[in-house]
Design a protein around this ligand. Structure first.
Ligand code: C5P
Length: 400
């Protein structure tokens, strides 16, 4: 995923320095080209040899170190970087960057770079709360530096508060969002729906389906990677909320309808991956239904078809729907494409192995307005999200 990307990792002196070894190892597995710069105090916590072994590059820590090539090291690294990440970032380093001080290899190289810079602070909670540190952070954020908030937890010093380095996987996620893809969806608003809906029978029971939300979350995440402004309207799922996007949690189809309609106008691309319940109980009982002697009948009433309503309203927006079937896949999908006035429909057959609910892969057939049919091979939901967004972008360009 990060092949061909050069990431410079700046490590400052804090106990969380050992966690940056894990980050570097994970980035290496994603095929990034890595260079590590350590501050003098970072070397008190962890040996440069650790980072040299993990990054497979010489570690730089001294401004006046014997150069290993004719290049002026801080300038060449600053120019080579697709991304800079300072992890862990100390109050001292944040203060230096915010105030234009360049008195060691790390602060000097950061000053010379034009690449995005991610800063992941880790420090004692009282230091983090200090108004000077907070002002420095605000100043840098206003200048476009990306911060990964430290977590609240038990700190190495024994205090409990905010200052613990953000979760390593969250840091990797932000790195991917920043550098992994071309920002070809920049300036576009993408509205995605995901997951199942829950239709209340009474305060205890509901009608739902097996949707895990994975496909919609993949689309939202990849759209974010590609620079879009993303709104994700999600039914109840077990998935982690996606950072850096607008998440709107809903339960029922009616709630999803309201949320989608409230955000539809500003959207350029709308992708409805949610498995919306077609029916809901006509009456949701106020109190728990007690067990009865005989059979129980629950009368259902039809939910609005959100996608069809959108199809009536679209102007020059791109509208994409999903179709999940157990038979006559293409026929049903084509029918829906026309009935709901879609630009593209993503059809998948629930009975095929590797497609459908809860799995990480999908086997899709894409059908567009001209009736072109493309059978996609089995691929991960992230990969399919990428393909769907490629199509969405091409249709958007055609319409504008
Ligand atoms: O007609 P069917 O439910 O199979 O169509 C599936 C597509 O329609 C999906 O994109 C789904 O998100 C959307 N849909 C909807 N509102 C409904 C039912 C389905 O938006 N009530």
């Amino acid at each position: 995923m990060l092949k061909g990307k050069t990431i410079v990792v700046g490590v400052c002196g804090g106990i969380a320095a050992y966690k940056s070894a894990d980050i570097i190892s994970k980035l290496k597995k994603l095929n990034a080209e890595l260079h590590v710069i350590m501050t003098r105090s970072a070397r008190e916590f962890i040996s440069p040899l650790t980072f040299q072994s993990l990054s497979q590059n010489y570690v730089i820590y001294d401004m006046f170190q014997e150069p290993r090539s004719w290049e002026i090291e801080h300038i060449s690294l600053a120019q080579k970087a697709d991304l800079f990440i300072v992890v862990p970032a100390t109050a001292n380093m944040i203060g230096k960057i915010a105030n234009g001080i360049a008195d060691d290899m790390l602060s000097t190289t950061i000053m010379a770079t034009k690449s995005p810079v991610i800063i992941a602070p880790a420090m004692n909670c009282d230091m983090f709360e200090n108004i000077i540190v907070q002002k420095n952070i605000q100043r840098l954020q206003a200048l476009g530096y990306i911060f990964v908030e430290p977590q609240v937890g038990r700190l190495a010093c024994g205090d409990i508060g905010q200052g613990k380095l953000a979760d390593v996987d969250d840091i990797i996620e932000i790195i991917k969002q920043t550098v992994a893809f071309d920002k070809d969806l920049k300036d576009l608003n993408v509205l995605v729906t995901a997951g199942p809906t829950r239709e209340a029978i009474d305060p205890v029971r509901f009608i739902t389906n097996h949707s895990s939300g994975k496909m919609g979350y993949s689309i939202a995440k990849v759209a974010k990677y590609r620079g879009a402004k993303v709104t994700l309207v999600s039914g109840p799922t077990n998935l982690k909320p996606i950072k850096g996007i607008q998440m709107i949690d809903v339960n029922s189809a009616l709630e999803m309808y309201e949320a989608v309609m409230a955000h539809f106008e500003e959207a350029d691309i709308i992708i409805k991956a949610a498995a919306v319940s077609d029916y809901r109980p006509l009456k949701s009982e106020k109190h728990k239904i007690k067990k009865q002697q005989n059979d129980l009948e629950i009368q259902l009433t039809k939910n609005p078809d959100i996608l069809m309503e959108l199809g009536k309203k679209v102007t020059n927006q791109v509208l994409i729907g999903f179709s999940m079937e157990t038979q006559l896949l293409k026929e049903y999908a084509k029918e829906k494409l026309i009935k709901k006035n879609l630009d593209l429909i993503v059809a998948n057959n629930l009975s095929e192995k590797g497609a459908g609910f809860a799995v990480d892969t999908n086997i899709a057939t894409l059908i567009n307005k001209n009736g072109d049919i493309e059978n996609m091979p089995i691929m991960t939901k992230d990969e399919l999200a990428y393909v769907i967004l490629d199509k969405a972008l091409a249709i958007h360009k055609k319409k504008h």
